[in-house]
Ligand binder design. Structure first.
Ligand SMILES: [Zn+2]
Length: 393
């Protein structure tokens, strides 16, 4: 079943790749030691307000829907360091490469992401109906972020001191476009655990887009989000690590990666919409463990299971326990008892225990497996699920 984005979803659907805690750390730096950095970080923190102003212009303009079989037609625009979106079109679908590396990287990454969803999940673009894929590069000057604004991708060039070009990480572009998929499917509310699941789904499919493009197995993959994004000299390998949450960076200018890999480290905070970029480390690590448990290429089994949960089971207010039960159910339906036990074991290792007979049924073609699994966590009662979860953790 497909669910469509409601107006309310689009109102708050600006999703930026760099989490606010990075800029919050930078904003506290002394100007004596790091001239200009704190000021730039404060500008970055203020950008959300400006983006919201941009969104006023978009209000009421739903993304164009098409039903053409050759959906996901790409257009890359150049903002020419301004703030107007989308800017001047510089490369359309089928055009040859330009002399601008950012334009070509964005074009290729949009294509790789659409190709992944089409080939692996038989999904026609972000909305499932061939939504044209638009991206704008060179947004503002030395802009330290990239975001999905509810209808298109926008990339900054980075300041060259902390961040490099935002178009160079394929998983970042896959991550941002997956926010679009989530917007059209589960619609996970961007707050607390459902918000962390929203971030988690973007990391899962962002990483899978890259793994698929590189033809990597789960063991070979780096499981990093935003590898190569930090400028030379920054002590970090990426923005996040799904294999080892909390180890992606540790630098006096940007702080230390705060992601937990287990419920024991769950961070209760009002910042970052309730820590959506922080606690996503917990389900991220569960996905990594499930993919390693299945073996082979991660998109074949673990990716399929998570995609089914995202598109068929999860609702706006899903929490970690509900997501765990949904993926155990989907694994049982797709890959039998062994599949269910691999996914159940992965969640247990991050401190989330799925009890009952979820996923025990044999492989079968069922449109909504989770809702039918006898003994599964009751999805109609997320608070009950959370109570059970609190007892378990
Ligand atoms: Zn995100």
């Amino acid at each position: 079943m497909r669910r469509h984005a409601r107006t309310a979803d689009r109102e708050d659907s600006v999703r930026a790749i760099v989490p606010p805690h990075v800029f919050a750390h930078m904003a506290r730096l002394s100007d004596d030691s790091w001239p200009g950095l704190a000021e730039r970080a404060r500008e970055s923190l203020a950008f959300a307000r400006e983006v919201r102003a941009e969104r006023c212009a978009l209000r009421g303009v739903a993304p164009l829907r098409t039903t053409t079989p050759a959906g996901g037609r790409r257009t890359v625009y150049d903002a020419q360091h301004g703030m107007s979106l989308p800017g001047r079109p510089v490369r359309r679908e089928g055009d040859p490469a330009t002399a601008d590396v950012s334009v070509n990287e964005a074009y290729d990454a949009l294509g790789a992401t659409a190709h992944y969803f089409k080939k692996v999940h038989a999904r026609n673009s972000i909305d499932g109906r061939g939504l044209p894929l638009d991206a704008t590069v060179h947004y503002r000057r030395s802009f330290n972020n990239a975001f999905w604004n509810g209808r298109q991708m926008v990339f900054g060039d980075g300041d060259g001191e902390i961040f490099g070009r935002f178009t160079q990480s394929l998983d970042i572009i896959g991550h941002e476009l997956t926010h679009g998929v989530t917007q059209y499917e589960a619609g996970l509310e961007y707050e607390g655990q459902s918000g962390a699941l929203n971030e988690h789904m973007s990391d899962v499919f962002g990483s899978l887009v890259k793994q698929y493009a590189l033809g990597q197995t789960a063991r070979k993959a780096d499981w990093l989000i935003g590898a190569g994004l930090w400028a030379p000299g920054v002590q970090g390998i990426a923005l996040r690590s799904m294999r080892a949450p909390g180890t992606a960076y540790d630098d006096p200018r940007i702080g230390r990666d705060p992601q937990p890999a287990h419920m024991d480290g769950y961070v209760d905070t009002a910042d970052d919409n309730g820590g959506v970029h922080i606690n996503s480390g917990i389900p991220n690590h569960a996905f990594y463990l499930a993919a390693i448990g299945f073996g082979g290429r991660a998109w074949v089994k673990a990716g399929k299971v998570w995609y089914l949960a995202l598109t068929q089971t999860l609702r706006r207010d899903a929490d970690f326990m509900v997501a765990a039960a949904a993926t155990v159910d989907a694994a049982g339906t797709q890959f039998g008892t062994k599949g269910a036990s691999i996914v159940r074991a992965a969640w247990k290792l991050v401190g989330i225990e799925v009890k009952g007979s979820a996923g025990r049924q044999r492989k079968a073609r069922r449109p909504k497996p989770a809702a039918r699994a006898k003994g599964a966590v009751k999805r109609a009662d997320p608070r009950g699920a959370e109570r059970r979860h609190r007892r378990a953790s």
